[in-house]
Design a protein. Sequence first.
Lengths: 326, 326, 326, 326
Amino acid sequence: MEKFIYAPEIAKLGHVALVSEDLEKSLWFFRDTIGLEETEVVDGVHYLRAWGDFEHHTLSITAGETSYIDHIGWRTKRREDVATFAKLLEDAGTDVRWVAAGEEVGQGEAVRFELPSGHRFELYYDMDKTPADPSRKSVLKNQTYKSWAKGVSPRRIDHVNLQTSHDNAEIVQYLQNALGFKLREYFVNPDDVQVASWLSVTNLVHDVAVISTPRSKAPNEMHHIAYWLDNAQDLLRAADILCESEVAFVGPGKHGISQAMYIYVKDPGSGLRLEIFTNGYLIFEPDWEPVKWSYEEYLKNGSAYWGDRRRDDVDREEQVKQLIKS
Amino acid sequence: MEKFIYAPEIAKLGHVALVSEDLEKSLWFFRDTIGLEETEVVDGVHYLRAWGDFEHHTLSITAGETSYIDHIGWRTKRREDVATFAKLLEDAGTDVRWVAAGEEVGQGEAVRFELPSGHRFELYYDMDKTPADPSRKSVLKNQTYKSWAKGVSPRRIDHVNLQTSHDNAEIVQYLQNALGFKLREYFVNPDDVQVASWLSVTNLVHDVAVISTPRSKAPNEMHHIAYWLDNAQDLLRAADILCESEVAFVGPGKHGISQAMYIYVKDPGSGLRLEIFTNGYLIFEPDWEPVKWSYEEYLKNGSAYWGDRRRDDVDREEQVKQLIKS
Amino acid sequence: MEKFIYAPEIAKLGHVALVSEDLEKSLWFFRDTIGLEETEVVDGVHYLRAWGDFEHHTLSITAGETSYIDHIGWRTKRREDVATFAKLLEDAGTDVRWVAAGEEVGQGEAVRFELPSGHRFELYYDMDKTPADPSRKSVLKNQTYKSWAKGVSPRRIDHVNLQTSHDNAEIVQYLQNALGFKLREYFVNPDDVQVASWLSVTNLVHDVAVISTPRSKAPNEMHHIAYWLDNAQDLLRAADILCESEVAFVGPGKHGISQAMYIYVKDPGSGLRLEIFTNGYLIFEPDWEPVKWSYEEYLKNGSAYWGDRRRDDVDREEQVKQLIKS
Amino acid sequence: MEKFIYAPEIAKLGHVALVSEDLEKSLWFFRDTIGLEETEVVDGVHYLRAWGDFEHHTLSITAGETSYIDHIGWRTKRREDVATFAKLLEDAGTDVRWVAAGEEVGQGEAVRFELPSGHRFELYYDMDKTPADPSRKSVLKNQTYKSWAKGVSPRRIDHVNLQTSHDNAEIVQYLQNALGFKLREYFVNPDDVQVASWLSVTNLVHDVAVISTPRSKAPNEMHHIAYWLDNAQDLLRAADILCESEVAFVGPGKHGISQAMYIYVKDPGSGLRLEIFTNGYLIFEPDWEPVKWSYEEYLKNGSAYWGDRRRDDVDREEQVKQLIKS
């Protein structure tokens, strides 16, 4: 089928690069309590991944003066898509910085750029599929590490959720038009303004979500990153582990939007919120009609379908009221 | 991105059309015991789907002299892909029959053709997204029916597994070259001949599998169709329900290949084997290297990683030995 | 061992007799949504039980002007214990009313009396072990009905929780001294006054709990009755079912005290709160030292170890503050 | 109630004393893979318990020339019951050996004696309730260790299953008459001879089972010991862990008798079979009628209700046939 010419495409969420103001605490949290595996440590950067991740890393943590997300890495579908995306983005007026192969350990040539909101994305194709250390390697040929080796033990990275003070629709249009994401679900405020959106390039309901709220002090904040567990029961076990580790969390509960069962817990080192979650549903329809939740529907079943919904010592409905004022 | 020209693509498995020599028993099994919902009955054809399926039907059952699979329906990614596929197939010497819109209830114009093995596939794009009857409708906007309404209650159709006396590699190459499927996992016999393969066009490990075995009396048999449940625990509940319904089954167990947890149970009406399953893993890598299981690896961890593996009153290892003689 | 003389003993919680001001709604809730089985209906009384209950009924519902608990039935260890208990109670100044065999369907001779708080208890020994209707009978010889036949499908009755404006310690001493219950866990208010207690005669952490709170308008209120499910996952399924049935509930969550995972949901007919729960722990030690939770410990881990803790539109910590004023 | 005179009673299964011909392997299995906690090591004896056990130990392991069970410890209901039992046993002609306080670490004065089959039992009342090391202590006041700290992580010891070449009914009568156990379930061979029995003194379906089979080379063999997990899902996780540890096992499956979900796995050091299990049902009825399973019923639903039933490379039905020849 050589005669066909393809648009560049994003294949999947790759990794999140976290800078933490308390590296030791962040490692205690992500590596020892959540149970991510450490591929290697190079120049002070800790490269982590879940037992079912295949690439060199899905989370990197390095020490910094303040905590922030340096960038979010996305893998393209074809090697040439990196350059094609770069050209299209530059043509559209976006600044693009090339990252040399190896500048990020395990990774080939890549480009970095910012969304209209200021969130920094990275596009790459080549990434080492580093095998696990023999002592931790799974007996299964299609799995990287032994499962259940320590802590909560999620299987794989799942999605990122961007928080912003920026206009929601504008970011969503950028994700759709420049990067090929498809809108899956969204909700609106009482004035029918789109304020939160779930988008994906895969069969997942979302690889990325965007939440617009005036609680954001900046346009490029992070609401959370998420790792996946296979079963609802695994979240209940996670709740026990987090209690025994004396880390506060919100959940378990089930969202109506995305149908995902969740626990939200903050890394005490960096303050980054982690969602450990499961269930949800997959979208296979090529003509998926984005599910719109009105404000009333959102409050009734869209947000917390059931379960614990406290958030950051702030009542959730309060959050929504703040949010819809934007 | 109008300048790009796309190859036709299959988006997803759509449905299976079953002819049963004992319609009443098949309805007792699929509708009342497994718990599929009946969208409607037209001209003696019962159109069924799971509570989380969006299309008009994912299984149709009609009465016949003997039991067989009439066809397996696949949805294309774009409307024009149906005609493009038809042309490419005809150019390659495959007979293609056009099916008029409405000939299959809920469905638009489609084409039917046979694999080299004789398995009949259908390609369509348009299909009604019939809403549920108000009394059975979910309170969630992104879900068709109330979940857990009756019986085993799977969420959605998942995959088909074709059994054949035909050469495995030839069918696999056809699925890859003519239809765009990607090979995910396979195993070989002691002579290093490929005898079973798992392929997908989605992020699922497989939308279709092909098992070559001399136990097949024909080249175009069906090993099983599969419906998905969200949690491993749901399979244990299914086991209780099937025991109480006095239907024999195999499982629960977990395959190493695909990492899926399974129960296999035969429709007593048609003899069609149903897999109810969960877990497994998703593939997001665009350059996925098919996982090859040698015969020894297949026997050790590939087939039944753990759990019950009896099959059809025939010892499983015996089956494999028969299979590898082909 | 004929030479031994035994004190009378309670063997187990038997049943709860509920009067509902909206019988139809209560039946919709307990029979159709929670999924209790109806043994029979006699003189307007509906006799219900869970699929794993062995006795004729564990819940009876009858229509009334107002909703209330008529009595809570307890089965004695030996037939003669009913009369021995009656004598000991009368000797201690308690009014005892004899209930003739058959006055409560399925039940032999019994006695009814009131706790110091006014909660009415019944003691009986003989009760029909009515087999299930053949069409609903389990294929297992040690199980009454097929499991998972409809709705939430709890296995068996578990405990009752009495709410009272009365002094907690006085009721607890009565349960210990007159009826042989053993104190398992309790918590105190900031003034070190015992305000809530969990007691049992079986290996369960509690067959009965007593919560003293000024929110009680009367000394003999009911906080909830509880039915048991085998697995934590079953509660998550129950949450889905209750949402689809549009019945509000609290949970899921896990108590530190008793380690039980819970959902609380009110019968919309009578207003009686039902706890559907699982997990917890068993006590086999004959010298069990009651676990005392200080007020601080209660707030931290004793009440809701994790999960959803909203209650009756009143913040839980508010409840506790009200409670400890008593 | 001082006027009452009580028969001596057994309150619960206490512990199993294992001698292993490969101590290191047994510790790798029970401590590191199953995940029991080590209370202390004294004079070469390793004292272990599960995270939810309260006593000093529920399993002790010491090195020996050959592997065997030294004794099975049972806790009495009252301190004086130890001496009363000793007198009754001696009066009935059983040899009783007194064990001084401290001879078994943590334990008070005890007696040891043999069943007619030669299985050695120990009766004790006093046993240290050793708190967990602070670093491993649970944040819950009613739980010994943090749960889920390592490996399979069962909650508590549950029961023992004695295998014997001896007559089943005779052992059962001894357990009933001399020790107060109640018969809960049993099955018979085609000649209607009782060959396997489940008995308890607690609300559990069984604290002890006795299986008579000619496969026993001696009258006092051990079929297995069992530890409890809270949820069915926990067994599926255990299956994954055991596969990754490359330890063969049987299961998961569900017995009809006792309704327990099981995995059977052998300690590679001593050859002792461990059952990790959950679910099952509790018996609260004081007049429980033992459930008798005929040979046909046993084969159909009594043994493996569903799931994996392979055993020791010997077909299960073969085992039964051997067994019933006795």
